[in-house]
Design a protein around this ligand. Structure first.
Ligand code: 13P
Length: 340
């Protein structure tokens, strides 16, 4: 896979250089001004990062923000492939990520060579690819989707066209069921959503009979079949805020509960369980958890880890991303901007 992360400058500061008395939020705010930076954060980030960000959203809205910003620097608090998306859409900006190791199991499951072979085996299929993949995979795809626009985009494709969907088999199966389309799925999955336990969820529902279940479509069908609502992180957030119920079970990465509690403080949000005996924080994404305030501060100070997508790869990956943005016009913008 193409390495899209530039080495840090030789004089880069490290965590050992940070004065322990430094107020990190103040220091980040000062750098934000000095560097004309915008901080973008996914709902899966720690609450303190979400609160510090200029904009918090799902993958589609973060892509739209990254494409439209007039900032000079984009600080992407999420996973590496989303930093790549920002750089592909806004090549003239400095795009930094707090931790270059913040990857994704879906991205890892789909390598360029086997994916190219998968495409070659199905030459008449349209390759619809989830944004959770590397720039190399995007460049080999016809159109990119996120969980909030996948259904709209698949429905917009000519009815007679069979579809290849990668890398998330659960999202793919869910969209195939919703649209009735002929979809051949790549066998990838998210290490978090894959582990929600149907048995434990049913037990939890018995203990909370009035709770409604809101699930992300990356969950297996065994979990989705118990959901009252299925949607992207933005969709789930809107659903719990607007629906008249007091208790919700949330089947996705639990850091989104931070925004739910802010938007609906009187409601109760219960994270969906993993298998019996698993810890309460097992559903925290280990890749997202790599980002910290210290690393955000250092990334802004050092202007790295910075992303650099080779131009030939970037132009090929840009096409399916632009197609995604065009075909998402009917999907309303969500997310929240923090007043700074
Ligand atoms: P969203 O489309 O809701 O941002 O999904 C992101 C994701 O990676 C789910 O695990």
């Amino acid at each position: 896979m193409t390495d899209t992360v530039l080495p840090l400058p030789a004089n880069a500061k490290t965590e050992a250089d940070i004065d322990p008395t430094l107020d990190l939020v103040e220091a980040i705010n000062a750098l934000r001004k000095e560097k004309n930076a915008i901080i973008l954060a996914h709902y899966y980030q720690e609450g303190e990062i979400q609160d510090l960000a200029d904009f918090v959203g799902d993958s589609l809205d973060l892509s739209r923000k990254a494409a439209a910003t007039d900032a000079d620097m984009i600080v992407f608090c999420g996973v590496r492939f989303m930093g790549e998306v920002a750089k592909i859409l806004s090549p003239g900006k400095i795009v930094v990520i707090p931790d270059s190791e913040a990857g994704c199991s879906l991205e890892e499951s789909c390598r360029p060579e086997p994916f190219a072979a998968f495409r070659a085996k199905h030459p008449d299929h349209v390759a619809v690819t989830y944004i959770n993949c590397s720039a190399d995979i995007k460049a080999l795809s016809d159109v990119i989707v996120t969980s909030s626009n996948a259904e709209v985009i698949v429905n917009s494709l000519p009815q007679d066209k069979p579809i290849l969907f990668a890398p998330d088999r659960h999202l793919g199966a869910y969209i195939a069921k919703k649209t009735g389309r002929d979809m051949t799925l790549w066998p990838g999955s998210c290490i978090i959503h894959e582990q929600f336990s149907e048995k434990e969820l049913v037990k939890l529902k018995t203990r909370h009979p009035k709770a409604l279940v809101a699930a992300h479509p990356e969950c297996p069908e065994t979990v989705l079949r118990h959901a009252d609502y299925i949607g992207s992180t933005k969709g789930i957030l809107d659903y719990v805020v607007k629906t008249e119920a007091d208790e919700f079970i949330i089947a996705t990465e639990p850091h989104i509960i931070h925004q739910m509690t802010k938007a609906a403080p009187t409601k109760t949000f219960i994270p969906a369980p993993f298998a019996e005996g698993e810890c309460a924080s097992c559903a925290d994404c280990p890749f997202m958890a790599k980002n910290t305030l210290e690393k955000i501060y250092l990334a802004m100070l050092n202007e790295g880890p910075a992303l650099a997508v080779p131009e030939e790869l970037r132009t090929r990956a840009l096409k399916p991303l632009e197609r995604m943005l065009e075909l998402s016009a009917s999907v309303p913008m969500g997310g929240s901007s923090n007043a700074k």
